[in-house]
Design a protein around this ligand. Sequence first.
Ligand SMILES: [Mg+2]
Ligand SMILES: [Zn+2]
Length: 195
Amino acid sequence: MANSAQLIIVASDGTLNADVENGVQSPDDWQPLPGALEAVARLNQAGWRVVVVTNQPGLGRGLFGVDTLHAIHTRMHRLVGEAGGRIEAVFFCPHSPTEACNCRKPRPGLALGVAERYGIPLQGVPMVGDSLEDIQAAVAAGCTPHLVLSGMAGSGAAPGGVLPAGWPEGVAVHRDLAAFADVLLAATPPPAAVS
Ligand SMILES: [Mg+2]
Ligand SMILES: [Zn+2]
């Protein structure tokens, strides 16, 4: 049984790893952002469990196959592990934008899948991403939205920390995942141990 306070949902490109033109399509394209892997490890050490939610339209478009995506994620897990952290699970949308699925962010399906897998409500669960779509998905799923400015999508979104009109209310803005972790670890007592 998990407690909702123990989970953090994190987006990938632009949040955990660096954005690349046309998206990550091979393991070598997956390069961690500065401090991001250490941020996962620090959160883990304080009792937080980290899961990843990611749109992978390259699958739906036939740019690469599931075997390649697994190789990319194997590299991610290895690098996070070398930093002393752990990503528990990766939830991905394999559809192209034209398929009108319920899992492609800004829709809430990936986060709702996390809720179902762990048997928890999403209220109060932090969801961290670098794009408006990530934030919209977080809000739609009932998570607490956190924007990081470390990706292409969000880098210019919040000059001075203020989001433009049209963004949801109540979005916390951080420089990057390391800064998010700093704030969360300073503000929140460690969650209770998993029973
Ligand atoms: Mg992104
Ligand atoms: Zn989908």
